[in-house]
Design a protein around this ligand. Sequence first.
Ligand SMILES: [Zn+2]
Ligand SMILES: [Zn+2]
Length: 590
Amino acid sequence: MEDKTLETMRHSASHLLAAAVMELWPQTKLAIGPAIKNGFYYDFDFSQLPQKVTEADFPKIEAKMAEIQKQSLPIKPQKLTLAEAKKIFTHQPYKLELIEDLAKEGEKEVSLYTLGNFTDLCRGPHVANTSEIGPFKLMSIAGAYWKGNEKNKMLTRIYGTCFSTAKELENYLNFLSEAEKRNHRVIGRELDLFSVDEYVGPGMILWHPKLAAVREVIEDFWRREHRKHGYQYVYTPHIGLSHLWETSGHLQTFKEAMYPPMSMALKDKEETASYYVKPMSCPFHIRIYKARPRSYRDLPMRLCELGTVYRYEESGVLNGMLRVRGFTQDDAHIICREDQFVKEVNQVLDFALEMNRAFGFDKLKVYLSLRDPANKEKYVGPEKNWELAEKSLKEILHRRQLLFDEDLGGAKFYGPSIDLKAIDSLGREWQGTTIQLDFNLPERFGMTYIGADGQEHTPIMIHRTLLGSMERFVATLIEHYAGAFPVWLAPVQVKVIPVSDKSLDYARSLTEKLQAEEIRVELDERSERMQAKIRDAEKEKVPYMLIVGPKEAQTGNVSVRRRGEIDMGPIKFETFLASLKEDIDKRRQV
Ligand SMILES: [Zn+2]
Ligand SMILES: [Zn+2]
């Protein structure tokens, strides 16, 4: 209800924008102006104007909008026949085209709304009076094709936002500027973390040494935790023959996301096979299972792999490390019996919660991703498998008393899933853990085990990632921590800063001691002033700076400075080292 009111108000604000633009530049041709998430837009054709309209014009437009709004004009509806409406919009070709479209749809009447001197073609609804439109702000300008079709004319889209109260608007603007400061692409550049090189290929991530260090820590931690939870590691190839992907159903339902095949005939005319770069690792893990006969005693079998996969994403949706074409999943497949899968799913859920907590994500939002009932042909496997899988996951969530939202159409082609989205420090949701229950691929691949009854049975498979992909997860961390990683993850944990060259020997000896303790340390040997070195280490977001001069060298002390300009004063080097190691071992969020 609340949302509907806000939407109506925002849509009304788009008319206010159009009214202001028409007063400023009467030659403007109007297209359409809907409400959208967090605001509204209006598309204009400014090509009749002698000058370009840019963001520099926003203050002028906003002032005019405010002027009209203050007159408390009623927004009056009116019904006209198509012919009457056409007369009103003689100079508005886009409106005339819309009226024609309505005529083709068999409409006899159209609805118009008028505020002051301005009349627009619109279905409504609107607020009754311009005074009911809350505080607004114009946000940005972009090109947009008429009716979204690239064959049509490029129009100018002006985006705006509008809230019920000034406080809400201010909060939203603060949120946006905070989000921009945390943008992982911006921080990635500033801190030399990663790059996407068009010369290498769009959507492919180059991990620079600093971010590679973060990933190494995450992977080491991930491996240890998986051992503790009874998983076994495997390694599988990057490409596989086409029949693998036929059996799995990928070529039937996932082909658009796959890179085109590599034909062996190009190498050898006798060869007819072709290979595909893997978009998922499942078929390989299944073949490992099938490499020998299995008995009920072998189950559950938990195979895990940091598997690098490639998926073709449209270039328009690529976004830093968040939407990429090559990524490494923290993948695992649990192959189990019917009497085991409920327990296994619950264990994965517990594991996922622990893992998220270790990275500072205490709050998670739970989704149950189901089939799109209107598009059942997008999924493989018989109806009974789907019904059972969906029902089972729902029951597991109910029994744990977890609140969840259903995501219709969110399931993968082989089975439904439980998805956990991490909520970051700004309250944004990030895709991470997914636990998929699959009764289909085991059947398709003819996976079997010999039961206690001596008979052959088909196992059940759980596909799961806890972090999602290394790329997306690390991007999430960069934004969550605004680049200031806690000390256990930080690319450089300690920066040693000698006050002058006289203390260089002592600084070097400390650096070597820290290195020997596997601390990621850097010595700033430059002949810069100490203050400049501190400033640079702050910019690099290094958690600890050790400032050492002759006094420290004499006493075996270090002057510790925490990131964020917190001077902790001089302490014994050994005391500092012990507390640092404890923070790292306990993975404290400092
Ligand atoms: Zn309207
Ligand atoms: Zn899988």
